[in-house]
Design a protein around this ligand. Structure first.
Ligand code: SF4
Length: 296
């Protein structure tokens, strides 16, 4: 049966006694007309690209063309060389890796859009940091990434994953739902817990606007990746403890779509409202065009 919704997915997992990642890799192998092993190799390539982006981001302080961003990850590294983060090593790694990846993106480095470039730090930082600290095998990390991918795919069947269409809830918000599902998977969650994790993450980020200063994917995008990676792991922890969303995931996705339709165009990547229209943002914009002689 075609899987078009999360309720279809839960039903199919139950009927076939399979995990979400098993259904995902089988469906992908049919689409690619290749074996499940080849699908998993492709996902491994994505995982390795994510790890490279983190590694490169950790070693660079090169600023973006605007000069506004690019050295925040280094500030975290400097602090954590001397003291541990309040919530421990996993927390420290998640926020550091999220900034490392998002800063690589602004330098035009190679990242894996997941689901978009602006939200590229959320899924990788959550999977990689949790895997390192919890000694999760590479095969299990692939299972996590397959789970994240399938969650993103089913949401994208209903809503276009673009800030210009539905605000940042459709980019960083969806990335957070994907990461929550992935973390839940790699920590041993069952199908219901994985879908609950995604639900909890997504419903608590509904309404997030897209208002990048000067139209650049820098402010507020980069730091937002660190916040929403932690948001994702919080959702996974809640779900693993048995906390459930009263509203099912399919209805949350419908709500995301409607919320995006209700959102003013000023708050959907036009940079005509929100943070992009603050006094400081306008001053930054003026300086940028004066100094860099940039055009858009
Ligand atoms: S604020 Fe807009 S541009 Fe920035 S990450 Fe979110 S959706 Fe993308």
């Amino acid at each position: 049966m075609p899987i078009l919704s999360f309720s279809d997915l839960a039903e199919e997992c139950n009927k076939q006694n399979k995990s979400i990642y098993e259904i995902a890799q089988e469906q992908e192998s049919v689409l690619l007309e290749d074996t499940v092993d080849v699908v998993r190799l492709r996902v491994l390539e994505d995982l390795l690209a994510m790890k490279d982006a983190v590694k490169n981001g950790l070693h660079s302080t090169e600023k973006s063309i605007s000069g506004w961003c690019g050295d925040d990850c280094a500030k975290l590294i400097e602090r954590y060389n001397h003291r541990r983060a309040l919530f421990g090593k996993t927390f420290e790694k998640i926020i550091t890796y999220a900034l490392a990846t998002a800063e690589e993106n602004l330098r035009m480095g190679r990242i894996a859009a997941c689901p978009t470039a602006g939200s590229c730090g959320i899924v990788p930082s959550a999977i990689i940091a949790v895997a390192e600290e919890e000694k999760i095998t590479e095969a299990e990390q692939i299972n996590g990434l397959l789970t994240a991918g399938f969650i993103g795919l089913l949401i994208s069947n209903k809503v276009q994953l673009a800030g210009a269409v539905a605000g940042c809830q459709a980019e960083c918000g969806v990335a957070s739902a994907m990461a929550a599902g992935a973390v839940c998977q790699i920590l041993g969650g069952d199908t219901n817990q994985i879908l609950q994790a995604a639900s909890l993450a997504l419903k608590n980020i509904l309404g997030l606007t897209c208002d990048p200063v000067c139209g650049l994917v820098e402010v507020p995008c980069i730091k937002r990746n660190a916040f929403l990676a932690i948001h994702a792991v919080t959702a996974a922890e809640l779900a693993l403890c048995g906390v459930e969303s009263k509203i099912p995931l399919d209805e949350i996705v419908d709500t995301l779509k409607i919320t995006g339709q209700l959102m003013s165009p000023l708050l959907k990547e036009t940079s005509l409202g929100g943070l992009a229209k603050t006094k400081t943002a306008q001053e930054l914009e003026k300086k940028l065009f004066k100094n860099k002689k940039m055009t858009i």
